[in-house]
Design a protein around this ligand. Structure first.
Ligand SMILES: Nc1ncnc2c1ncn2[C@@H]1O[C@H](COP(=O)(O)OP(=O)(O)O)[C@@H](O)[C@H]1O
Ligand SMILES: [Mg+2]
Length: 263
């Protein structure tokens, strides 16, 4: 399924300014952006360009200083979004199962109604043997699997993922990308995925946005016309993959250099 034409999130001139002591830091500036219903959107940009700030605004965790954020859900009865954070965000005192069930439980769903769903996503993420384990008993890769399972189990319309695999070793990252694709394909969920890896953006995305160095604005938009379902290993050898990689890198390189010279 390729992304559809209906806009689910629209940003109009969104600016976010933080007050740090007596200084103002503009994290994102006059950002205009349409996110389409059901698409997998990846965002890349140099460190500090406002990617996390943008996602937190989309999640409603942060309020923009000016501009408008218009969200038009397809199924308003569903939770609007679930976020997978950069780094660890599990509740350490809860087991894998309790962590994955958290959103459903908070919404008042009865255990008999959510147990199957929770078991399904735990199984999809290869964690069935660990469902009663606590986060400290798991590896970093397994903890991120739990975070992904928790986000899907909550069944939101929009998934917001902030460099969820950034801290993992390459083998784990490849496995998790495959698992994420497998569980996302066919869900019709809109996904906004932040990454610093062009490779990852191409493997997962329908569209890649490149943000400028601080303050974040949109630099380029690239449609990823690679077929689905995707085989994460063989697609790296695809000629189109290499072309797209080079195109995105040429935009990103300029911004990374700018970000470096600003330090
Ligand atoms: N809560 C905050 N208070 C003050 N400054 C912040 C806050 N969050 C982010 N910033 C600043 O906004 C800019 C963008 O940060 P962030 O969105 O985390 O970037 P990225 O995720 O792209 O690395 C940075 O200069 C950062 O220091
Ligand atoms: Mg960030």
């Amino acid at each position: 399924m390729f992304y559809k034409e209906r806009t689910i999130i629209k940003l109009e001139g969104v600016t976010k300014v933080f007050n740090v002591k007596s200084q103002k830091v503009t994290a994102i500036e006059k950002l205009n952006l349409s996110i389409y219903d059901g698409e997998f959107l990846c965002i890349v940009g140099p460190s500090g360009c406002g990617k996390t700030t943008l996602l937190r605004i989309l999640a409603g965790l942060e309020q923009q200083t000016s501009g408008r954020v218009i969200i038009s859900p397809r199924e308003p009865e569903k939770p609007l979004n679930s976020m997978v954070f950069q780094g660890d965000s599990l509740f350490p005192w809860m087991t894998v199962k309790q962590n994955v069930a958290y959103g459903l439980k908070m919404r008042g769903v009865a255990p008999k109604d959510y147990e199957k769903v929770v078991a399904h996503y735990i199984n999809m993420m290869g964690l069935s043997k660990f469902e009663n384990a606590y986060p400290h008993q798991l590896s970093g890769g397994m903890r991120q699997r739990v975070s992904v399972a928790r986000a899907f189990a909550n069944d939101p319309e929009i998934l917001l993922l902030d460099e969820p695999f950034g801290a993992l070793d390459e083998q784990n990252r490849i496995l998790l990308q495959q698992e994420l694709l497998k569980i996302w394909e066919g869900t019709f969920k809109t996904a906004v995925f932040i990454t610093h890896s062009i490779d990852e953006a191409l493997i997962l995305g329908d569209r890649v946005l490149v943000m400028t160095a601080h303050p974040g604005r949109l630099k380029a938009e690239i449609k990823i016309d690679l077929p689905r379902p995707r085989d994460t290993l063989s697609m790296r050898a695809n000629k189109r993959f290499v072309e797209l990689y080079e195109q995105i890198w040429s935009y990103l390189k300029e911004e990374v250099i700018k970000a470096k010279s600003a330090v």
